[in-house]
Design a protein around this ligand. Structure first.
Ligand code: CMC
Length: 372
């Protein structure tokens, strides 16, 4: 048996949702660069779920469905209020809340395409509300009801802060959501597909995916990048900080990728937004530190930044708590997970690879009294 560590280069399924070919990322055939510049996140959700861009009517319809389903059960709010949130990571809270949501969906275990699509709408609509509600409740604030006529990007910022977000903030946040929406067979998407390929339900698939996204080698990297920026603190400290990391053979968060070789095509958009927003907030130092890190890591290690690197300083500039960066990734990526879950159900086969056994040779069972 031959093994491929980390399944590198293994093609595990066919998919029409998104592709990475020659370092170009497309969603159903649309280049991510075009979508980042032009599309609303809701258009992208429609695109991922239907593999075509919506007409005006179709877009209005999906926006309406998302708005109508954005409120969360009071039980989820009460659950958050029932324990000490200071020690709880928001990704753990989100994972648990999504699992809990399944208990309040009478269709949770109904396995037909229409019911699964309705669950997709509910999950996409409710994830932002859950993340914002958690962030408020842990500060002793009441959750805010989402507006019925706002975009998902505007609504998230509004339900998080209680204030009307600026046009610049909404535009930047929408772009970040578009850029994070799907990414072929990344670890969390693969997790979701493995889970539902057993014919388990949509809530289980999304819960499992959140667990995979939480890790610092995947979505958790954006929070880890901000931690690094704060530890560095000043552009003059970048080189010594990185040289110590290199000497200890530690990874630099927000750099490297399993698939891209020349660089992550999403990073340049986030870099642009980071520059703009850090200037607007009067804190250009976060962008300056970031660009200096990029300069050193690319010149000394030839490893380019990935999507998580500049998203850290960008989200920071929007006034978002650092441990909410990864939940925001989930708020966007759930659109991709759901597209892949629905696709998996359409043409399902159990995903069950093999392991190359490296344990002890065949042993003879020894009764416990005779063991030394
Ligand atoms: N810093 C320093 N060295 C690195 C880094 C990095 N960020 N990434 C890869 N390398 C080196 C690694 O040490 C190894 O060197 P050597 O061959 O000398 O041992 C070589 O490059 C290959 O690394 P690998 O860990 O085997 O590569 P992988 O394909 O298994 O891992 C990765 C990909 C993204 C997990 C990895 O690059 C990494 O850990 N990056 C930091 C965490 C991060 O930013 N994750 C976000 C990924 S992109 C978006 C997302 O999923 O959220």
């Amino acid at each position: 048996m031959t093994t491929t560590r980390g399944l590198e280069g293994v093609v595990a399924t066919t998919s029409s949702v998104s592709s990475i070919i020659d370092d170009t990322l497309t969603y159903a055939g649309y280049n991510i660069d075009d979508l980042a510049e032009n599309a609303s996140f809701e258009e992208v959700v429609y695109l991922l779920w239907h593999r075509k861009l919506p007409t005006k009517d179709q877009l209005a319809e999906i926006k309406k469905e998302l708005a109508e389903n954005a409120e969360i059960p009071q039980e989820v709010v009460d659950h958050f209020k029932s324990y000490d949130l200071k020690s709880v990571h928001p990704m753990a809270a989100l994972r648990t809340a999504v699992s809990l949501l399944g208990l309040f969906d009478s269709e949770a275990d109904v396995m037909d395409p229409e019911a699964n699509y309705r669950k997709a709408i509910r999950l996409q609509a409710k994830l932002p509300t859950i993340a914002a509600a958690f962030a408020r409740i842990r500060k002793g604030l009441e959750p805010i009801k989402p507006k019925s006529d706002a975009s998902l990007a505007a609504n998230f910022l509004y339900t998080l802060t209680g204030e009307e977000p600026s046009g610049v903030a909404v535009e930047a946040f929408n772009k970040a959501l578009v850029l994070h929406a799907d990414h072929e067979l990344n670890a969390s998407t693969f997790t979701a597909r493995v889970c539902v390929a057993t014919l388990s339900d949509v809530y289980s698939g999304v819960t499992a995916a959140i667990g995979a996204l939480k890790g610092p080698l995947h979505g958790g990297a954006n929070e880890a990048v901000m931690k690094m920026l704060k530890e560095i603190g000043d552009v003059d400290n970048v080189e010594s900080y990185l040289h110590e990391k290199f000497a200890r053979k530690e990874k630099i968060m927000g750099f490297g990728h399993r698939v891209y070789r020349q660089g992550d095509p999403r990073a340049k958009h986030l870099k642009e937004m980071s520059e703009k927003l850090t200037n607007l907030t009067g804190e250009p130092k976060w962008f300056e530190i970031s660009t200096k890190i990029e300069e050193v890591v690319t010149s000394e290690k030839s490893i380019p930044p990935n999507v998580d690197f500049y998203s850290a300083s960008m989200y920071h500039s929007l006034g978002i708590d650092h441990d909410l960066f990864t939940p925001i990734f989930a708020v966007s990526r759930v659109s991709g997970w759901l597209a892949h879950i629905l696709e998996q159900y359409e043409n399902n086969r159990l995903i069950r690879p093999r392991a190359d056994y490296t344990g002890p040779d065949m042993q003879k069972y020894v009764p416990i009294e005779q063991r030394g």
